[in-house]
Design a binder for this molecule. Structure first.
Ligand SMILES: [Zn+2]
Length: 116
């Protein structure tokens, strides 16, 4: 029996972050592309229109829009936090930037709640 799949190249493993959802050293990724990522956490956005998550030619798969957050770390760089909206391009935040966003959100929530 022959193996029709070519062997994929492997690379030296990196040391994964404790929060990496894979933890395998990313040996199938080329050096420079090896990146740890944590488990994605989603917050549904019930006040925005539902989105069609289907690819062109597929049946529509309507779903609530959402915000997504997960930690990531490209080899050789400091960890960052990815913040995205649905399938749109998002932003990578430093930990200080993420704390500032969280602080500003809580400040705005407190402003509204204190007036209730
Ligand atoms: Zn990893």
């Amino acid at each position: 029996m022959s193996n029709i799949m070519p062997d994929l190249p492997t690379y030296a493993p990196i040391t994964c972050q404790p929060w990496c959802q894979y933890g395998d050293g990313h040996t199938s990724e080329e050096p420079g592309d090896q990146m740890c990522s944590g488990i994605e956490r989603r917050v549904p956005l019930y006040l925005t229109e539902m989105t069609n998550g289907a690819c062109p030619g597929e049946e529509p798969r309507w779903a609530h829009d959402f915000l997504t957050v997960y930690p990531e770390k490209l080899f050789g760089r400091e960890p960052t936090l990815f913040l995205g909206r649905g399938e749109l391009p998002g932003a990578s935040l430093t930990l200080d930037e993420a704390r500032q966003v969280a602080t500003e959100l809580l400040f705005a929530v407190t402003q509204i709640e204190e007036q209730l």
